[in-house]
Design a protein around this ligand. Structure first.
Ligand code: ZN
Length: 417
């Protein structure tokens, strides 16, 4: 699938520090420790509604990860999926009387425009589920063939054929990503697409791998599985295994993907490949709230990137709102944050357009050190603020400093002035 244009990333002298990130699975900040090639997989959108600030926070956070890895000397291989067929997309299309393909295409186009405006570097492989059907079905067939998956007949009246589930009783690595108790899992499993009470399942949390066709639903042919479509989690298992060497370095997404999505993607990979590690680090962006609740489609409290842009907000201001919050802290959006980011951006533009300024190298080192320290971007912004204030106060007359710092902000933080 076509992604979006790659922004120009200027070179900055020297190298960034080795990146350390908080790994959910081990509960500790750990070095990414990638080889020459750093590999990252970030779960993409289900294209039934426009990009809100919570999504944008996730993709900007992992954009920072990619930028930091490149600055530290790695080549980055980055894969992202698009869940362009799943229940929520079909339900929204039916509700609005639209064709699901047309809805998905329109929302993916809007997402591309939002990412381009926010200067997010695109993935090398941007893969939809529909175009990946063969490799996804192959993973399901492999799991069935090795005996860790089972068929469950479609309930009477819904159709013929069988759905396929993974038997978590046969996959001892289950639980290693989230570390959650069964009660914690139970509290969210159903609302996050699970079907704990489906009759005949061997275990409550067994994830759906293949859904046999139901009346009126789109389906894809498979000789062994029968016509149907994949479950949500196995798409990411298959796309990651197909397009990244594994284990890969960083699996990314929002904290709402820790369980079941990342747990299941990993356990399915272990079961399919025999390799005990799917990803080395599981990294999660905290939730963004609005009006006192997590921003979500079901609550309807969305602040859309496209709506802010249509109101004339500078995309760099939106990006600075996101950067002002550490990726592991939940925060609530307010209009005041937009004003504060605009004030900061104006101040930076003023300081970086002077003819000479304070030596930029210590500030560049501070930005690099903060970013490498589990993406402490608020600390990096404070270092830039300090340089700007001192330069505007008349300290320093290095003619190259403003340009050098501007290139650093562009390369490391994706802020174009
Ligand atoms: Zn995923």
């Amino acid at each position: 699938m076509k992604s979006w244009p790659t922004p120009f990333v200027p070179a900055v002298p020297g190298h960034g520090d080795p990146l350390r990130l908080y790994d959910t699975a081990s509960g500790a900040v750990r070095p990414v420790d990638a080889g020459e090639v750093a590999r990252m997989y970030v779960c993409g959108i289900t294209p039934y509604d426009a990009t809100h600030l919570g999504h944008a926070a996730t993709y900007v956070t992992f954009d920072l990860v990619g930028r930091a890895l490149r600055d530290a000397g790695h080549v980055v291989e980055y894969v992202q999926n698009v869940t362009d067929i799943d229940d929520p997309l079909l339900e929204r299309a039916a509700r609005d009387g639209r064709d699901w393909r047309e809805l998905a295409t329109a929302e993916i186009d809007l997402f591309r425009d939002d990412m381009t405006a926010l200067a997010v570097i695109p993935p090398d492989e941007y893969r939809g589920v529909v175009e990946s059907m063969d490799e996804i079905a192959a993973v399901v067939r492999r799991l069935l063939g090795s005996g860790v998956a089972y068929r469950l007949p479609v309930p009477d009246g819904e159709g013929t054929g069988s759905d396929v589930y993974l038997d978590l009783g046969m996959t001892p690595s289950f639980g290693e990503v989230s570390g959650w108790s069964a009660d914690q899992m139970d509290a969210v499993f159903a609302e996050r697409g699970g079907d704990p009470d489906r009759e005949g399942k061997r275990g409550r949390f067994d994830p759906l791998l293949w859904r046999a066709v139901r009346a009126g639903e789109p389906s894809w042919a498979d000789d062994e599985l029968g016509p149907g479509r994949p479950g949500w989690h196995v798409e990411c298992t298959a796309i990651a295994l197909e397009h990244l060497a594994h284990p890969f370095d960083v699996q990314g997404g929002g904290t709402d993907l820790i369980f079941p999505h990342h747990e299941m993607s990993a356990v399915q990979s272990v079961a399919a490949t025999g390799d005990p590690t799917f990803a080395r680090l599981y990294v999660h962006q905290a939730m963004v709230g609005y009006d006192g609740h997590k921003m979500s489609k079901s609550k309807g409290n969305l602040v859309l990137v496209s709506a802010l842009r249509a109101d004339g907000v500078d995309p760099m201001t939106i990006r600075l709102v996101l950067l002002a919050h550490h990726y592991r802290s939940d925060w609530d959006y307010t209009g005041d944050l937009l004003d504060a980011a605009q004030t900061r951006l104006d101040r930076w533009r003023e300081a970086l357009s002077v003819n000479g300024g304070l030596d930029a190298l210590p500030t560049i080192a501070a930005v690099r050190a903060a970013v490498a320290d589990d993406l402490d971007v608020p600390r990096a912004l404070a270092a830039v603020d300090a340089w700007c204030e001192r330069t505007l106060a008349g300290e320093g007359d290095d003619p190259g400093a403003p340009g050098l710092l501007a290139r650093t902000l562009d390369a490391l933080l994706g802020i174009r002035l």
